[in-house]
Write a protein that binds this ligand. Structure first.
Ligand code: HEM
Ligand code: HEM
Length: 199
């Protein structure tokens, strides 16, 4: 058995796969917003295509129409965002009631520096996820809370920048897990489904 093989609670396993779906989904909404549903590109397409049949649309109107398509898709950022907040609360409850150990506690009992680094990266994931949850909520309820758009500009920039943390985390995470699976920690990935055995 490798250093990463261990028994995994049902809580952790269900949480892990639902969170993976939520985080992938949240990132996908942003990728769609910046690519196929980019309102500037789509406004141009609307203008060009309508001009072919003799309909002229002003820049503002074309952008307004394109934003409707983008915003309909962006609703999914909020559905998945609230779903992810629920998952996070569930996980923090498991840590608070000591049903599961917070990764930085495992890092302290680390058999190697690599093991400690992985567990600290997981701990940092939870910190970043908490920031996304609070900043997302602040932006979502900004008007109801009577906060001006300008006073949340830094919060929004950091929320957007954190996208890149999640992108790097996921690539490194999957590469690391696959590397461990094929070398030192056989069965690690199936453990995340079947729960694994006691050490
Ligand atoms: C968006 C995608 C994903 C996210 C956000 C994510 C997040 C996490 C987090 C935070 C942990 C640490 C849990 C803890 O100990 O508290 C973890 C562990 C783990 N994940 Fe993922 N994960 C993702 C995708 C995947 C995929 C695709 C696989 C399989 C190929 C995978 C396999 C594992 C395994 C085997 C562990 C246990 C590793 C260990 O004990 O150090 N994950 N994941
Ligand atoms: C891993 C988690 C998340 C990622 C990667 C992520 C990513 C992003 C990105 C990149 C933006 C900037 C979009 C832009 O203006 O171009 C954004 C905006 C936003 N996100 Fe998230 N987000 C996450 C979680 C959440 C959560 C949990 C909520 C809570 C509901 C949330 C609510 C919002 C809101 C309200 C905006 C501002 C939208 C606007 O100004 O039109 N996000 N998110």
């Amino acid at each position: 058995m490798g250093a990463f093989n261990e028994k995994r609670s049902v809580n952790l396993r269900v949480w892990h796969w639902l969170s993976a779906i939520a985080v992938f989904g949240l990132m996908l909404t942003y990728i769609l917003r910046k690519t196929v549903l980019n309102y500037k590109t789509n406004a141009e397409i609307i203008q060009v295509k309508l001009s072919e049949i003799g309909v002229l649309v002003a820049d503002d109107k074309a952008k307004e129409i394109a934003k409707i398509f983008r915003d309909n898709m962006w609703q999914w950022h909020y559905y998945l965002g609230f779903f992810f907040i629920g998952l996070l609360a569930f996980r923090l409850y498991a840590f608070a009631t000591k049903k599961d150990k917070f990764p930085s506690c495992k890092a302290k009992e680390a058999p190697s520096r690599e093991f400690a680094a992985v567990k600290y990266a997981h701990a940092f994931f939870y910190v970043a996820a908490l920031y996304m949850a609070f900043s997302g909520l602040a932006m979502y309820y900004r008007e109801a809370l009577g906060i001006s758009k300008e006073s949340l500009s830094l919060v929004k920039e950091l929320h957007e920048l954190a996208f890149w943390f999640f992108a790097v985390f996921i690539v490194a995470h999957i590469a690391g897990v696959v590397k461990a699976e094929v070398s030192s920690d056989k069965g690690l990935i199936s453990e995340m489904f079947n729960g694994g055995d006691e050490k």
